[in-house]
Design a protein around this ligand. Structure first.
Ligand SMILES: CSC[C@H]1O[C@H](OP(=O)(O)O)[C@H](O)[C@@H]1O
Ligand SMILES: Nc1ncnc2[nH]cnc12
Length: 311
């Protein structure tokens, strides 16, 4: 097969970040494979540009796909270069990210293979992952009270519900615990998270969601439950085999879900949402360090991220 072009000229507004068990999106036409370098290094994988034909309008939209843990799942959660991933996606025009994640369930009613659209996160990472673009001489603070994008979430929930009864069960909201890993939780931790009101647990929402917010990108995670972690008294404790087994068994539904979301997002009615017009400009007012005090390195980094704001 001929190698794919390594350039793509039009801006790509929507990206899918695939996680465990979703390393590619089969069924979409691959039109380019981009190797992008950023001031924060290289992303987890080449960014594949896919053409997706919307099933209703027949319109063709370009979608970027990035594999969070690398093409061969060689990056542990704390090794994922999230700053490079988000910066590379923004540099090709991305303003909306649909991020996919395999999660453990912390609640009886969220059964393995159910989908959850989280609306809150509790940060249990340990400060070992770089988590901001704004450091080393340029300080910024962005609101993060609602870590996911409610506008995108609404569309995603409607798509999930449209597939219900067809093997898909969807929970509209939930509090996601993002733990450090790579080891799974102890039983005491799992029970603690339940007592905090946690619904699901993973190792990869943060800092991805924080960096997306800093980059003015609308971000929503679609989670698929693969296990009951280790709190449940009548099911076996989580193992990788269990996670992979449920992911594989339900991969068709995961792909149908993502396809339905891309179809919906492609509609003209969602054009402003996909371009994250509602987030545009927020960083301009979030930076507290006047540009005159920026070092050349800081300027170069922030110009890469926001060429339209800082020159
Ligand atoms: C292989 S089990 C733990 C692993 O699965 C999840 O990955 P992702 O969120 O990328 O789907 C979890 O966050 C851990 O990284
Ligand atoms: N139980 C669990 N804990 C953390 N991350 C997970 N990903 C899938 N299952 C998980």
């Amino acid at each position: 097969m001929a190698a794919l072009p390594d350039t793509y000229n039009d801006p790509v507004r929507i990206a899918v970040i695939g996680g465990t068990g979703l390393r590619e999106l089969p069924g979409f036409t691959q039109v380019a494979s981009l190797s992008i370098s950023t001031p924060w290094g290289k992303p987890s994988s080449p960014i594949t540009i896919l053409h997706h034909q919307c099933s209703t309008s027949k319109k063709v939209v370009a979608v970027a796909f990035l594999s969070r843990h690398g093409l061969h799942h060689q990056l542990a959660p704390h090794e994922v270069p999230s700053r490079a991933n988000i910066a590379a996606l923004r540099s090709i025009g991305v303003r909306t990210i649909i991020a996919f994640s395999a999660v453990g369930s912390l609640q009886e009613e969220i059964k393995p293979r159910d989908f959850v659209i989280p609306d809150q996160v509790i940060d249990r990472t340990k400060g070992v992952r770089p988590w901001t673009f704004f450091e080393g001489g340029a300080v910024a603070h962005v609101p993060f009270a609602d870590p996911f994008d409610e506008g995108v979430a609404k569309v995603v929930r409607a798509c999930g519900h449209s597939l219900e009864g067809d093997g898909v069960k969807l929970h509209d909201r939930g509090t996601l615990i993002c733990m450090e890993g790579p080891q799974f939780s102890t039983r005491a931790e799992s029970n603690l998270y339940r007592s905090w009101g946690g619904s699901i647990i993973n190792m990869s929402c943060l800092p991805e969601a924080k960096l997306a917010r800093e980059a003015e990108i609308a971000y929503q995670m679609i989670c698929m439950s693969t296990d009951y972690d280790c709190w449940h008294t009548s099911t076996a404790d989580v193992t990788v085999e269990m996670v992979m087994g449920n992911m594989k068994a339900n991969s068709l539904n995961a792909r149908r879900f993502v396809t339905a979301v891309l179809d919906a997002m492609a509609s003209d009615a969602h054009s402003d949402l996909v371009q994250a017009k509602h987030l545009e400009g927020s960083i301009k007012f979030g930076v507290t360090t006047p540009q005159t005090y920026w070092s050349p390195e800081v300027r170069e980094r922030l110009q890469f991220l926001f060429p339209e704001y800082f020159n």
